[in-house]
Every structure is written in C-alpha cells, then in structure tokens.
Design a protein around this ligand. Structure first.
Ligand SMILES: [Zn+2]
Length: 470
C-alpha cells in the first residue's frame, strides 16, 4: 500500500510505526462548530472514511480521532450575537454535524474530543508551558503567548516554503506588532472583553488556547507522541498543520506524523464555494433538492482525493444513475444466484479478482477502483443476458460486492415492508393522537405490538420497526 505524503511530496510505501502491537493511529482535523459544515468539508471527511475503511479491509485495526473545535473567534462571535452561552451555541452545530455524518454513512471516529473539555485545555496549557520553558514560545506585551518560529528549524517543511516568504502574505493584523516575527502564531490568546465569559486560567493570565495547539494536545493525549497518519484538507497544510508539527515536535522531540495526507478542494460549478456566490451548500441543502445521503456520498467519494472535485447538479444526477446501475446489477445477480439453473459459465470465468483493492492500495485510487466495478457490471450483465453466468459465479460476485461495499458503503437501504394490517392500525393511532384520544392511541400501540411491530414517534412522523430489530 502506498500513499502520497505531503511532507515528502512523494508516493511512499505505507509502513505503520508499530505494526505488531498497536492499531494504526489516525488523527483528522474536525469541524469548527459555528455553523453547519458545507459539502466541501464533507468531501474531506468522506476521503478519511475511505482511508479508514480501506485500511480495515486490508486487515489493519484503526484507531481514529477527530477533534471538534468548539471555541475560537467564530464560535465566540456566534454565541455573542445569538446571546446564548458558548456551549449552548455550539451544541446545535455539533448535533447537526453528527446528523450529517450519519446521512453520509461516514464511520464515526473512535473519539471526538472537544476543545473545551478541561482534560484537553489542561494538556494545551501544559504543552504551552513546555514550549515556553524551551525558548520555543514567549509571552508578548499583549499578554498572548506565541510560538517562535525562527527557533524551530523545520518550520515550513510541510508547506515547502521559506520563512522569508511569510513577510509578503499581507495578512498583517493591527495587533501583530507585539510579535517577534510576523509568522509567529498564537498558542494562548489573552482574554479581551469581546470574549465575554469564555476564558480559562493559565500561568499567562486568563485567556483561551489557539486553534493549532488544540490538535497537538488532543493527538498527543489520545494517540501518543507519534501518529501514523494525519489527514485534513489542503487548506489545513499551512499554517495549521505546519504549526501542529512545530508544537508537537517542540514538546516531545519526536517525529510527530509519519504520513500526511491532504484532500484537494471541492469546487461548485467550477468555482470556489462562497456564500456570496450563492453556491454554498450544506448536506441538508442537497437533501432538500430531493437527493439522498447515499447519492451525495457517492458523488463526493468517486473522485480521487488529490484531484479537485467539481460539484454540479449534473454530477448528482450521474451519481444517481451510477447507483441505479449498481442496484439493478445486484438484483440480477441475486436472481441468477437463486435460480442456479444456468448451463455453463463463460471461459476465463469472470470470477472476482483483487483489482478493486489493489487500485485502492495505490494511494486510494478510487477512480480506478470504480472503473473496475463498472467494467465488471458490464461484463457480468452481458453474461447474464447471454445466459452464460452460472449461479456459483453470481454468488461469488455477490460476495465480492459485500466485501468491497464495506469500503464504499453505497448499497440501497433495504425497504421495510409493513403489513397492511399494521399500517392501518398505525394510521388509526395517528388519528387517535390527533384527536388527543390517548387511551385509544395506547390501545392501538398495544395491538401493533402484539403483531410484532413497534411504533415510534419521530419528528418526521410515526415510524414502524420490527420489534426487537435495531
Ligand atoms: Zn487540526
């Protein structure tokens, strides 16, 4: 297996740090919960999901951490404007994030640490203290603590640029005269009145941690000093990931990350997504247009992660068509596998090979892997048409599908067929509830239950599930 490492700018053979003893440790930068995440964010999360699932398919045990940034300038401003406490303000967007994760069938990380968790703020303060003690950080006149980038010789290596270039970025804020170097970044931001009651005590006075130290603290606290793979979007390379390296290695003296993997941008109609251009979409915006989570997952998954993905509504329709072809193919295979009465299989038998997995071994080349899938669909469909696919081959392809679908996770949800008697009782119960006839409503629930079904009232109306089913 090989991956393109942003640090070396080369494809490298994947060698876990500790293959025998421990799971693969992956850290992925998560959302800042000040609004709903957009589909560009989810492209990166789906790429990370693909990475984890492929490693698991290949027999690795994965332990993945994704942080939730629930304190920063944007969340504080949002809470202030909404006139609610910070935690209350961010909670709604955390919930929305997890809903979207579920809609897109993204495997949940093993841990979702939040920046405001005392355990991690303590760790951040501890790390900043160590950096100050080593001369790698200093407190400026504005009371904030900054990382001294000139003291960290590898600074700029991930982004592949020279410190002198930092002078020309033009991003000079009015308060930056306090810093020794324009590129020095904040580890600890001193409290000011705009922060309201959002503050923690520290050896440098009240304030809050910077964004970068958050990820260094959480990754080292939860995954140890050295991790196997660190992911994010290309936007994160500089300054965020560059800063993470400086902080983590500055404290531990060990190489922080073995492989840095970054996902390219998502464009919408060929342009960068921006609220001002009216091309800014969240997952719920896409669902509101009548598409499903599965269709969006497929649309965001199907392009190689290092290639910019152009999101269009035509592309969504193509995703729907491709999934339709898969659904139809699976139904045909099921039919052949069950019948088992076909005379002979074709020569060179069209039995599954490892081509799909091998394409993913090559820096997660999903385009090639899907190319192989659709080539397979074409060939086996033809064999079925010509009555040349035997039941054993059809079963073998279905087994193959089950295996690769642990990575893709794009199969249609099985429709639950509710018996008409149960459906009628549920309808009667709805009417009883509308009339506030709770006694009758309860009786009907009992009757539904006796028939082996359970009715749950959700915000989308009553849902029927088989009793005892998940
Ligand atoms: Zn991060």
């Amino acid at each position: 297996m090989r991956f393109f490492n942003t640090y070396s700018r080369e494809l490298e053979e994947f060698e876990p740090r500790d293959p025998a003893a421990r799971p693969i440790r992956i850290y992925t930068c998560g959302p800042t919960v000040y609004s709903r995440a957009h589909i560009g964010n989810f492209r990166a999360y789906i790429f990370e999901d693909l990475l984890q699932r492929h490693l698991e398919l290949r027999g690795y045990n994965v332990h993945r951490v994704m942080n939730i940034t629930d304190v920063d300038d944007k969340t504080i401003r949002g809470a202030r404007e909404a006139k609610v406490p910070l935690a209350k303000f961010t909670e709604q967007f955390k919930q929305a994030f997890f809903e979207d994760v579920e809609t897109l069938r993204i495997k949940r990380a093993d841990e979702f640490p939040a920046a405001t968790d005392q355990r991690f703020t303590d760790r951040m303060i501890e790390m900043i203290g160590a950096l100050v003690a080593r001369g790698l950080a200093y407190q400026a006149e504005d009371k904030s603590v900054y990382f001294r980038i000139n003291k960290f010789t590898d600074y700029g290596k991930l982004a592949h640029f020279d410190l002198t270039e930092l002078r020309s970025t033009g991003r000079v804020k009015h308060d930056e005269y306090d810093k020794e170097h324009i590129g020095d970044f904040a580890l600890w931001k001193a409290w000011d009145e705009e922060d309201g009651d959002v503050k923690w005590d520290s050896p440098w006075g009240p304030g809050r941690p910077g964004w970068h130290i958050e990820c260094s603290a959480m990754s080292t606290a939860l995954l140890g000093d050295q991790i196997d793979i660190h992911c994010g979007g290309v936007d994160n390379i500089f300054p965020h990931h560059e800063a993470e390296i400086a902080q983590s290695e500055g404290v531990t003296g060990k190489k922080f990350v073995r492989y840095w993997l970054h996902c390219a941008h998502l464009l919408v109609d060929g342009q960068k997504m921006a609220k001002s251009l009216g091309n800014f979409y969240t997952v719920s915006d896409v669902l509101a247009k009548g598409y499903t989570g599965r269709e969006l997952r497929y649309a965001l998954l199907r392009v190689h992660y290092r290639v910019p993905l152009n999101f269009t509504w035509d592309g969504m329709n193509e995703a729907r068509e491709s999934l339709g072809r898969i659904d139809e193919w699976l139904a045909r295979l099921e039919e052949v596998a069950q019948k088992g009465n076909v005379q002979r299989s074709t020569p060179n038998a069209q039995r599954p090979t490892a081509a799909f997995e091998e394409a993913l071994d090559d820096d997660l080349n999903i385009s090639a892997a899907l190319g192989f899938l659709f080539e397979t669909i074409r060939k086996t469909n033809r064999a079925v048409d010509e009555n040349k696919l035997d039941a054993a081959s059809a079963s073998a392809w279905l087994d193959w599908w089950k295996r690769i679908n642990t990575v893709l996770d794009i199969e249609a949800e099985v429709e639950i067929i509710v018996p008409s008697e149960v459906a009628q009782l549920a309808k009667d119960r709805e009417n009883a509830r509308r009339e506030k006839n709770w006694k009758r409503s309860d009786d009907l629930r009992e009757q539904i239950s006796t028939l082996g079904w359970e009715v749950r009232d959700t915000k989308d109306g009553p849902k029927l599930t088989r009793r005892g089913a998940a």
